[in-house]
Design a protein. Sequence first.
Length: 434
Amino acid sequence: TACFLMVYGGMDMAQGLGWNRDANTTAPIAFQYSWFIGVMIGAVLAAVSMTHVPKWFYYSLGGVLQSIDAILFVSAPSDYASILAARWLGGVGMGLITVPFVIHNAESASSKYRGMAAALEQYGLAMGITIQVVMSAEWSWYSDFEMNTAHGIFGIVFCALGTAFIFFAVESPVFYLRKNNEQMARICQSHHVPNVPHSNANACHEALEEAKRYVAEASSLSLGEELAQSVLPFIKLLFCRCLVAFTFSLPLSTAMAMSSAVNDDDDDWPTIVWGILRLVGTIVTLLLVDSVGRKFVSLLGLLCMAGLMLAMAGLFYNIYSLDNLYHIGRISLAFQFFAGLYVACTTTYLGEAFGMRVKPFFIALIVCLEQVIHVIVIVSFPSGSHAMFTYFLAVGIILVISMITFAILMPETRGLTLRQAGERFRRVHNVQAY
């Protein structure tokens, strides 16, 4: 359900970060940052209410808002006021979906597959980014069919699919255990861990007992104690999830566009591959995150991103060299692949880090900070070669510092229960990488 809705969210995000040919409606800066502020609003609304409301409600409401967004793009593709309203609604819908999805996945998925299930968030976003980037690269300026209309049609299709699959969504057993409704919790758990075949006869019971221990342990703490325990995990997640905003940004889109324009390629294959490689990276992580582990894959992605970002900064120092612009485009391709490797691991960590009662608020805060970075870059980023050099150098340094911090502080949580993962997050350092 959420994965289909994430795809349209990825299209909306890419549209606000430079990938749209309908300049008459997308040039104003308010169009670019509106979706990100909408995500913040939706995340906060979800956080303050989701303890008492089942997850399907947020998926439904988010899907409806995204559907309205898509319908507005189809019905009024050239009307700026309508398109801007659509962006706001789509952002709120995305925020309403993101926080419940992270928690729902963390509480429901088996320890053996939690990483892969969580990575579907970034896989869906990457799929949407790919569609929007490819569509923007291939769109003809002379087409009578507006790109905003095509954007909306894709949105209607994905929102319809996502909303239809809500029928198959099963609530987390933790949600009902917190309400002392063990019968419903057992029913939900039986859907997540079927009792057949015979080799899995005890799997449902064991999973439910672990969920009970998780709820009992969290309930035994006061709210103040749980807040205190979540401070260190929050700091760690700042050096993890918030870096996602630097992996797909307006300056990166501008750099790719500059490289393509100056080198005057006869075709748009570099831009298309640029969009696809991020998706490929997330697919690789889907396959590795529960076998090789979250930390090793994340560190590999961070290390390569930091080196490539600093390399682009060095090339932007002499932007008047056509060879430099050519190499910037090729380095950008590699950067997006390793960005896909990294970002798909962050959702898993986000769902594992915090205590049960404070989890919605800390996840929403992290999601909001991620969007704040996007808004700051959009609003304050000036044009010019010196600005590009400064941005890439600063982000490269941030990535290097974050990589070192990540290597020391972040735990490897492969195969652990939520309780065990939470214990590791509360340690000051976790040097083990595999």
